[in-house]
Design a protein around this ligand. Structure first.
Ligand SMILES: *[C@@H]1O[C@H](CO)[C@@H](O)[C@H](O)[C@H]1NC(C)=O
Ligand SMILES: *[C@@H]1O[C@H](CO)[C@@H](O)[C@H](O)[C@H]1NC(C)=O
Ligand SMILES: *[C@@H]1O[C@H](CO)[C@@H](O)[C@H](O)[C@H]1NC(C)=O
Ligand SMILES: *[C@@H]1O[C@H](CO)[C@@H](O)[C@H](O)[C@H]1NC(C)=O
Ligand SMILES: *[C@@H]1O[C@H](CO)[C@@H](O)[C@H](O)[C@H]1NC(C)=O
Ligand SMILES: *[C@@H]1O[C@H](CO)[C@@H](O)[C@H](O)[C@H]1NC(C)=O
Ligand SMILES: *[C@@H]1O[C@H](CO)[C@@H](O)[C@H](O)[C@H]1NC(C)=O
Ligand SMILES: *[C@@H]1O[C@H](CO)[C@@H](O)[C@H](O)[C@H]1NC(C)=O
Length: 570
């Protein structure tokens, strides 16, 4: 008998190739497409596509769920063909898994539950989305937490009797909707997010966000349950997204580009503990252990923006992006991106910027710049390693101010301030805006205007120019300029713009490409649009005038998301 035990043990050793960095951090190959790795606190088994059997705190967290996988454009298309410890220190091992498109690394530290992860591109095609995800046991991970929501994930049972009404959106018998889009958020506003239950939590902490694409307005998915995911508790880690919430485009990815490292963190389910860990990570970023010269090569930048009318660019949104400033920030996604906000004197500073050449962009974020609809851009700003580039004073050209006849809402590319505008993300709210509405300049409040216009009908702005007789008379051949700013637009809603009954413009799918924000629970922004019309003196009255927005074509949950309206006399 002892002989039998010995021979099976020898047999076992012979078919396994263990690679021990030290006693507590390990990668063990089981067969040519199976590996187990982890530390004393947790471990997981990686197959060709899925990782499962995630052991932590005495439980196995995947159960009958799908586990961990990665892919681009919404797929599970990365197939792992080999694994190796690619670097190690006295308290960590860096385990790299290779697939045709690149390498996913799991960096395992002694005493840390979870792992840092990063992905290196080798041969990705042009893409819209890149993500890793965990699909875990819904019996253990019942709740979803983002900076905007902290609540139970919809139970799978709810989907059984629900009706699919559109893309990943289900209507319950009582009329309410459940959709993964309700858990979306603004990626650069995140502290941390994840799924948790009474005994265990699984979190994503992204202290550095430079590998997130686009600007302040970039939004994507976070956590969810859904019918396609068979009720698994899903924790998405979408690190590249030029698709959801904007007019989508595929973007080429340079070989060698790194997304991450972020921390996938496991704990006992305490949100406070995840928050504490997120703060620790912020203090440690950028991580000194990542042996990548480009990742470690960083500098800073500072400057001060002043409008040409003398005002400081107070609170402006400041973005460092592509050097090609003709490309919309919403689909910039090739390289690394940085955002900040100017202070009340228009000063801004960014530290830990990867060295390289950037374009600088700034636009109004409301507040003191609420009336500013132009933006600032400057190409070819060089950030050198170890030093701070001082751009000193920069001038943002704004047009000569006409006489403001009225404004409704702030120019900030967001529907904030309007009725139902702003968080939380929620499906179907555009149908709660009225078909007809009258807004009277001077007595109505901004909050009397709704964030989205969708139903067939007319929204009318009444404005009285009786007091402007002098201006209208002396101008003789002068005219007014109407500026319309939209936080988003989803087709195929169509709208006529009228002054005193005369059509001055028609807006719809022939003018604007569609973004999906409004029908995917977006209530703050999608893709920003801006149009201006010259209003000839002849059609204005020295009395009460009407500006009308008449929706002539209805498409459910689609329409115009408002940002701001301004009429000026020039
Ligand atoms: C894995 O091993 C099996 C059987 O030993 C073999 O048929 C297969 O080609 C191997 N796959 C890879 C990716 O090496
Ligand atoms: C993984 O963790 C489980 C539960 O703690 C343990 O039983 C198992 O031995 C671990 N696997 C390895 C390879 O260490
Ligand atoms: C679905 O609806 C049927 C009939 O109303 C009901 O008996 C059942 O409990 C519902 N199932 C779930 C999961 O809500
Ligand atoms: C509809 O049912 C869901 C699931 O039971 C519940 O969470 C929601 O509050 C209900 N909504 C309304 C409007 O009653
Ligand atoms: C800046 O304004 C121009 C002209 O309206 C517009 O085409 C461009 O998209 C704007 N850029 C940003 C970043 O707002
Ligand atoms: C940048 O340069 C300006 C003008 O020389 C100077 O006033 C400012 O203090 C400098 N800023 C920093 C952060 O060094
Ligand atoms: C909106 O106003 C038009 C024109 O007065 C009217 O025909 C229509 O019934 C109104 N719609 C609603 C929903 O009240
Ligand atoms: C208005 O335009 C007409 C024709 O262009 C011109 O003759 C006239 O002088 C202009 N009036 C004013 C007040 O500028």
């Amino acid at each position: 008998m002892p002989g039998h035990i010995l021979s099976s043990l020898i047999g076992f050793i012979a078919c396994v190739s263990p690679v021990f960095a030290n006693r507590r951090l390990f990668l063990e190959q089981i067969d040519n497409t199976t590996w187990t790795f982890g530390n004393d606190l947790w471990n997981v088994t990686q197959g060709a596509v899925y990782a499962s059997k995630l052991y932590f705190r005495g439980s196995e967290l995947v159960g009958s769920a799908a586990g961990h996988y990665m892919g681009y454009d919404g797929e599970n298309n990365f197939v792992w063909t080999s694994a190796a410890i690619t670097s190690q220190g006295k308290d960590y091992i860096d385990v790299g898994f290779s697939c045709e498109e690149g390498e996913l690394h799991w960096v395992i530290f002694d005493g840390l539950a979870g792992a840092y992860q990063y992905f290196i591109n080798r041969a990705l095609p042009d893409l819209s989305i890149l993500r890793t995800l965990w699909r875990l046991d819904p019996k253990l991970l019942l709740n979803g937490r983002t900076y905007l929501r902290d609540e139970p994930l919809p139970d799978f049972g709810l989907y059984q009797n629900a009706t699919k009404v559109q893309d990943e959106t289900w209507q319950l018998a009582n009329g309410s909707f459940i959709t993964k889009y309700d858990f979306s958020d603004y990626v650069r506003e995140r502290d941390f997010y994840g799924i948790y239950g009474p005994n265990v939590g699984s979190w994503y902490i992204h202290p550095g966000t430079d590998y997130y694409i686009s600007d302040h307005l970039s939004q994507t998915l976070t956590v969810c349950t859904s019918r396609v995911c068979h009720g698994d508790s899903v924790q998405l880690n979408v690190v590249q997204d030029t698709s959801h919430f904007r007019v989508g485009e595929k973007v080429a990815q340079p070989a060698g580009k790194i997304w991450g490292p972020w921390l996938w963190y496991l704990n006992d389910g305490a949100v406070e503990d995840a928050k504490r860990q997120a703060n620790n990570e912020l203090a440690k970023w950028p991580y000194p252990w990542l042996m990548d010269p480009a990742y470690q090569s960083r500098g800073g930048v500072t400057g001060q923006l002043t409008l040409s009318d003398g005002r400081p660019a107070s609170g402006a949104a400041v973005f460092f992006g592509d050097t090609d400033t003709t490309r919309r920030p919403s689909v910039q996604g090739r390289d690394y991106y940085y955002t900040t906000q100017a202070d009340h004197e228009g000063r801004f500073t960014l530290e830990n910027v990867r060295s390289g050449t950037y374009g600088l962009y700034a636009w109004s974020n409301g507040g003191a710049l609420a009336d500013v609809y132009t933006n600032f851009s400057k190409s070819s700003i060089n950030i050198a390693v170890g030093s701070t580039t001082n751009l000193s004073s920069l001038t943002w050209t704004v047009p000569d101010q006409g006489k403001r006849l009225f404004t409704i809402g702030d120019f900030d590319k967001k529907a904030l301030g309007f009725r139902n505008g702003g968080p939380p993300y929620q499906h179907g709210v555009s149908d709660r805006s009225p078909a007809n509405l009258t807004f009277t300049v001077g007595t109505s409040e901004v909050s009397d205007w709704y964030y989205a216009q969708s139903l067939v009908g007319t929204w009318t702005v009444e404005f009285d120019l009786a007091q402007e007789a002098l201006l209208l008379g002396a101008g003789g051949n002068g005219s007014a300029t109407l500026s319309l700013s939209f936080a988003g637009y989803s087709q195929s809603t169509a709208m006529d713009v009228t002054i005193n009954g005369q059509i001055i413009g028609s807006l719809g799918k022939d003018i604007f490409s569609s973004d999906p924000s409004l029908y995917r629970s977006g209530k703050t922004s999608g893709e920003w649009r801006f149009v201006q019309y010259r209003i000839p003196r002849a059609i204005l009255k020295e009395d009460v005038n009407t500006l009308g927005f008449t929706v002539t074509r209805y498409t459910q949950w689609r329409g115009f998301m408002w940002d701001s309206i301004m009429l000026e006399w020039k």
